[in-house]
Design a binder for this molecule. Structure first.
Ligand code: HSE
Length: 310
């Protein structure tokens, strides 16, 4: 019997212009799982947190991740997973990806690291597919690898880790409204006009160049999304007004976090991040919507062990 305790961080997907291809990991906030592998053939998942999760393991994102891992290494095992810490599902900071990444990373560690980083992310993407109906890695890859990540291509998976500027903070607000990721994906038109595509790939290039050169102003002005945000912002009350307030308070950018409902402001100053968090909370309070605010540093750390017991 072998046991691991593993952490995987929360994450912010898209970063404005990078729909399905860019994401970053957040410091400290995340999921913790304990995974035991022993002889046999089966899977149990026990939730010890106060966060409500489906009782049916077929509805838990961990299940397809574990199955994909075992099928890739062509082994059978009895796997018993305990969920010890859980980000609230639907928060828009990669709750399903954190569990999926922790499960994929933990399984790989338990079995002696037979899979590459890309394969671990591929396993985690199975959980994302169950949660959202799409194979996207822009939460799963940063949750596994940490830092800021570009998915250059999906076939085959080609993941590029980008430089993380020293002091990069996110103020994230989770307003207590429900935006289902599947709905937020289904609302998007299947085709993008050439005009919009030109704008979007210019911004993605600008964001990558800004991160490599440490040009914070370029990073900020590149985080502009003309593909998903115009359709999704209707789900977030007062979105444009909130953005204006945050930019006036010197945030570099403000965007929807993944498919929402969370939104985030990016800044290179801790005091601006704190002020942004306060502005976000006040915005939703005034609309009668309760919310949670996180002010966190962008993290270079991805999934990691926090205890092993053989
Ligand atoms: N890229 C995905 C989307 C992230 O925007 O639908 C979901 O969190």
């Amino acid at each position: 019997m072998k046991k691991v305790r593993v952490f995987a961080p929360a994450s912010i997907a898209n970063l404005g212009c990078g729909f399905d291809v860019m994401g970053l990991a957040l410091d400290e906030v995340g999921d913790v799982l304990e995974i035991i592998a022993s002889e046999g053939d089966g899977l149990t998942i026990t939730n010890t947190t106060q966060v409500p999760l489906p009782d049916d393991i077929e509805q838990n994102v961990i299940t397809p991740v574990v199955r994909k891992f075992l099928s890739l290494i062509d082994k059978k095992a009895q796997i018993d997973v305990t969920i010890c810490r859980k980000i609230y599902p639907g928060s828009g900071i990669g709750s399903s990806a954190a569990s999926s990444a922790a499960a994929a990373y933990g399984m790989n560690e338990l079995f002696g690291c037979p899979l590459s980083d890309e394969q671990v992310v591929e396993c985690a993407m199975e959980g994302e597919n169950l949660a959202s109906g799409g194979y996207h890695a822009d939460n799963a890859a940063p949750a596994v690898l940490g830092g800021i990540v570009l998915i250059r291509g999906y076939h085959p998976l080609d993941i590029i880790q980008l430089p993380v500027p020293g002091n990069f903070y996110c103020a994230v607000v989770h307003p207590h409204i429900v935006v289902n990721t599947k709905d937020a994906r289904n609302i998007l038109p299947p085709n993008v006009s050439l005009h919009k595509a030109v704008s979007q790939w210019g911004n993605v290039g600008g964001l990558v160049a800004g991160l490599y050169s440490g040009n914070i102003g370029l990073v900020g002005r590149s985080m502009n999304d003309v593909v998903a945000e115009p359709y999704r912002k209707q789900f977030i009350p007062g979105f444009d007004d909130l953005r204006n307030k945050l930019l006036a308070a010197k945030a570099l950018a403000m965007n929807i976090s993944g498919s929402g409902p969370s939104v985030f402001a990016l800044t290179d100053r801790h005091d601006v991040a704190q002020r942004a968090g306060w502005i976000m909370k006040e915005h939703f309070d005034k609309l009668g919507i309760s919310s949670e605010v996180y002010v966190v540093k962008v993290s270079n750390k991805g999934a990691k062990l926090c205890g092993v017991n053989i």
